[in-house]
Design a protein around this ligand. Structure first.
Ligand code: NAD
Length: 302
């Protein structure tokens, strides 16, 4: 395969995504501010770069997968960043989940240098990043999207252009509102069932095939019942996404009342030291108000 790809941000998501690109035969230059994942990927066949600038100098397509907008701004616009090393005609695909307005700012800076930009955040978490079956929601120009699609198809099973630059992140924020509110509603429902003396696992099995059933319910209810809050997707990252949603809503003068309520729950959990737990632990905010935990009754556990 003749395309050289550069990848910046080798965390929970970036590392397995890199492995899928290597498996597909692309040559890959990688950079992360932490050297540990860089060394692991070099062992898998990637080549190490010392900065975003060096990654860009060696690549026709650069992908970033970083925590938030300020990280992407630093990695792309900073002195040693992608724009300092990229040639005109390079395609930059930011797959991080960030504020759509920051994506547009980065897109404008790219366009001044003749660099094509897509914002392409993902849904599906680490398991789907490993399988290469992420849902990828893309903002940008149709021609650039078509150029990038064969690469994105190595990372995801669904790749959808939802509008111009920024639209990928607006779509991702919609996704994150639905997921967070779903987890909170699930917590409230299972607190009620547990308080009534029911076994939450039996309740889950009874409702999962009906209208309340969802991918969120199937993924998160078993984790809550098993008290397994190992991330997955960390509460502090969901706090970042809802903050971006509320900022975007504020700028567009759109009230997001449910998002605001769930964000307050998340903030209290983060302040209580739970920011590194999986976002299924949002249910703990509901448990705290009721003074109980969603667990199987003692008789059922024995
Ligand atoms: P992570 O914290 O595991 O990884 C981020 C990586 O970026 C780290 O290795 C860090 O060292 C590196 N980094 C940060 N700033 C950098 C910089 N300026 N230059 C170079 N490297 C830098 O995060 P993650 O879970 O992989 O998430 C990445 C993005 O994907 C986030 O926007 C997140 O919201 C989104 N996302 C995550 C999941 C999930 O389940 N984890 C699911 C969907 C979307």
């Amino acid at each position: 395969m003749s395309i050289n790809i550069g990848f910046i941000g080798l965390g929970i998501m970036g590392k397995p995504m890199c492995r899928n690109l290597l498996k597909a035969g692309y040559s890959l230059a990688v950079y992360d501010r932490s050297s540990v994942p860089v060394k692991e990927l070099v062992a898998d066949g990637a080549s190490e770069a010392a900065s975003g600038k060096e990654v860009a100098g060696r690549s026709e397509v650069v992908i970033t997968m970083l925590p938030d907008g300020p990280d992407v701004e630093q990695a792309v616009l900073g002195p040693d960043g992608v724009l300092a090393g990229a040639r005109p005609g390079t395609v930059l695909i930011d797959m991080s989940s960030i504020n759509p307005l920051v994506a547009q700012k980065i897109g404008a800076a790219c366009s001044e240098r003749g660099i094509d930009f897509l914002d392409a955040p993902v849904s599906g978490g680490e398991p789907k990043a490993i399988e290469g079956t992420l849902a990828i929601m893309v903002g940008g120009n149709q021609g650039v999207f078509e150029k990038a699609t064969p690469i994105l198809q190595k990372l995801g099973s669904s790749v959808t252009l939802t509008g111009p630059v920024g639209a990928g992140n607006v779509t991702k924020l919609a996704n994150q509102i639905i997921v967070a509110c779903n987890i909170a509603a699930m917590g409230e429902a299972f607190v009620l069932a547990t308080a009534a003396g029911l076994d939450p696992e039996v309740v889950f099995n009874a409702i999962k095939g009906g209208l309340a059933g969802s991918t969120v319910l199937n993924a998160k209810a078993p984790m809550v019942i098993a008290r397994n809050f190992k991330p997955g997707f960390k509460i502090r990252l969901h706090q970042k996404d809802l903050r971006n949603a509320l900022l975007a809503g504020g700028e567009m003068k759109i009230p997001l009342p449910l998002t605001g309520i769930v964000q307050d729950m998340i903030t209290s959990l983060v302040n209580d030291g739970k920011g590194e737990q999986d976002h299924s632990a949002i249910v703990m905010a509901l448990e705290a108000t009721a003074g109980l935990q969603i667990v199987k009754p003692a008789a059922a556990r024995a």
